[in-house]
Design a protein around this ligand. Structure first.
Ligand SMILES: Cc1cc2nc3c(=O)[nH]c(=O)nc-3n(C[C@H](O)[C@H](O)[C@H](O)COP(=O)(O)OP(=O)(O)OC[C@H]3O[C@@H](n4cnc5c(N)ncnc54)[C@H](O)[C@@H]3O)c2cc1C
Length: 374
C-alpha cells in the first residue's frame, strides 16, 4: 500500500475541526489513504457565536473545548499540532510556524476564518482566553453607556445579550448604530429587519439607523447621519465595533487571493491557482453569508474531494451553495429567524421556535457534538 498522503488542515475553528472530525470518523483504521495534521493557533476550540453571551455571563465551559478528542478514536489517522502559522511556502509545500518549525504537506486545506475585533479578539492560550472574557464581563458590568457600531447579525445579537442581562432598569444604556435604514443587510426582507428592530427596542436598546458611528477613543462616539443632518456626539464608556470582518489571509500568498483578500476557490474548494491546496469557511470567496451553519454542506464536498485527491483521482464533488438562513438570539428569551425556502421565498420563523432551538445554549451543545469534541 502506498504511504498515506500528508493532509495539513490550517485552522481548527468550525470548518477545520469539522473537516478533521469527518475524515477521522470515516477513514479506515490503519489503512487510511491520508494522514492529517490539524494546525491551530489555539490549544483549544472556540465556537465564536457564544462569545457574545460569554462576554456578559460566564458560560465558557459550554463552548471552549479541548481539541484532544478529535483523533482519539482513530489516532493513526491524524494529530493536532498547536502552533501559529506565519507563512506558507507553496513551492516547497510547507507551512511555517512561529516556532520556526516547518510542516510539510501533500494537500493543504486553509481554514483560518476571519479577523474579528473585541469581544472576538481572544488570545490563544486557554487560561488567557478565560481571563479575556472575565475582563469583558467586568467592563460591561461597570459601563453605564455602551455603544456597538455595526448592526449586522453580530451587533444585533451583542446588543440583545447585554440588554437581556442588563435591562434599562439596571441603569445601563445600550446603543446600536447601523449605516442602513434597518438592522442587518438588505439581503433580508424589510419585514424581518423591522421585527429585529422592534425586538431590540423592546429590550431597551436604542437603535440609531442610517448613520455612521466613529469611535473617538476618548469616551465618545460621533454619530454622522447619512441624510445630511448635523453630526452629534454620544458619551460612551465602552465602544465595540461589530463591522464586517476581513478574511484572515494575511499570511497567505497574494496570488491565492482576490482583491478583497478572500481565497479564490473553484466549486471543488480547490484553489484556482494550485489544485493541491483547498480552502473552506469564512476565508473563501464563495458568494454567501459567512456562517458556521454552512459547514455541513461544505464538508460534505471537501472531505470526499480530499480523499480523491490523495488517491490520485479527480475530485468530483462540487459545492452548489446553501439556502440562506439566519437565526438571531438576543439574549435567552428573544429570538427570530428567516430562511430561504424553495418556492416560498424568504420565510420568517416563529419567534418561539428560534427561542427554543437557539437561545438556550446558542447551539453550542449540538455544534461541539457534530465537531467530535464531546
Ligand atoms: C460573535 C459571532 C457570532 C456568530 N454567530 C453565528 C451564528 O449565529 N450562526 C452561524 O452560522 N455563524 C455565526 N458566526 C460566524 C461563524 O462563527 C463563522 O462563520 C465560523 O466560525 C467560520 O469558521 P472558520 O472555520 O472559517 O473560522 P473560525 O471558526 O474563526 O476558525 C479559524 C481558526 O483558525 C485558527 N487560526 C487563525 N489564524 C491562525 C494561524 N495563523 N495559525 C494557526 N491557526 C490559526 C484560529 O485559532 C481558529 O481556530 C458568528 C461569528 C461571530 C464572531
Amino acid at each position: 500500500m502506498p504511504s498515506p498522503k500528508e493532509v495539513v488542515i490550517l485552522g481548527g475553528g468550525v470548518f477545520g475541526t469539522h473537516l478533521a472530525n469527518k475524515l477521522a470518523s470515516t477513514l479506515p483504521r490503519n489503512a487510511s489513504p491520508i494522514h492529517i495534521t490539524l494546525i491551530n493557533a489555539r490549544d483549544h476550540f472556540v465556537y465564536l457565536p457564544v462569545n457574545l453571551r460569554n462576554s456578559v455571563q460566564d458560560i465558557s465551559s459550554t463552548y471552549i473545548k479541548p481539541l484532544d478528542p478529535l483523533f482519539a478514536r482513530n489516532p493513526s489517522v491524524g494529530k493536532v499540532k498547536v502552533g501559529e502559522a506565519v507563512s506558507v511556502d507553496a513551492e516547497r509545500k510547507v507551512v511555517v510556524l512561529r516556532s520556526g518549525e516547518e510542516v510539510s504537506y501533500d494537500i493543504l486545506v486553509l481554514a483560518l476564518g476571519s479577523s474579528w475585533s473585541d469581544p472576538n479578539l481572544m488570545p490563544t492560550k486557554y487560561e488567557e482566553v478565560l481571563d479575556y472574557f472575565a475582563k469583558q464581563r467586568a467592563a460591561i458590568k461597570k459601563a453605564k453607556n455602551i455603544t456597538i457600531i455595526g448592526g449586522g447579525a453580530v451587533g444585533v445579537e451583542f446588543a440583545g445579550e447585554i440588554a437581556d442581562l442588563y435591562p434599562p432598569s439596571s441603569g445601563k444604556h445600550v446603543t446600536l448604530v447601523h449605516s442602513e435604514d434597518l438592522p442587518l443587510s438588505k439581503l433580508y426582507r424589510d419585514k424581518f429587519r423591522s421585527r429585529v428592530k422592534d425586538m431590540l427596542e423592546k429590550l431597551g436598546v436604542e437603535v440609531v439607523l442610517y448613520a455612521k458611528g466613529t469611535n473617538n477613543e476618548d469616551g465618545t462616539v460621533t454619530i454622522t447621519p447619512r441624510d445630511g443632518k448635523e453630526p452629534y456626539t454620544l458619551r460612551s464608556d465602552l465602544v465595540y465595533s461589530a463591522l464586517t470582518p476581513t478574511p484572515n489571509t494575511r499570511i497567505l500568498p497574494d496570488e491565492w487571493k482576490d482583491e478583497k483578500g478572500y481565497i479564490r476557490v473553484t466549486p471543488t474548494f480547490q484553489l484556482e491557482s494550485d489544485s493541491s491546496v483547498m480552502a473552506i469557511g469564512d476565508l473563501t470567496n464563495v458568494k454567501e453569508v459567512k456562517q458556521a451553519a454552512k459547514s455541513p454542506g461544505a464538508i460534505a464536498v471537501a472531505a470526499p474531494n480530499i480523499v480523491s485527491l490523495a488517491k490520485g483521482q479527480e475530485p468530483l464533488k462540487r459545492y452548489a451553495g446553501a439556502l440562506e438562513m439566519i437565526a438571531l438570539a438576543m439574549g435567552k428569551k428573544t429570538g427570530t429567524g428567516i430562511g430561504q425556502m424553495p418556492c416560498f421565498g424568504q420565510v420568517i420563523f416563529p419567534s418561539w421556535f428560534i427561542v427554543k432551538v437557539k437561545c438556550g445554549d446558542l447551539l453550542a451543545g449540538r455544534m461541539t457534538k457534530v465537531l467530535g469534541l464531546k
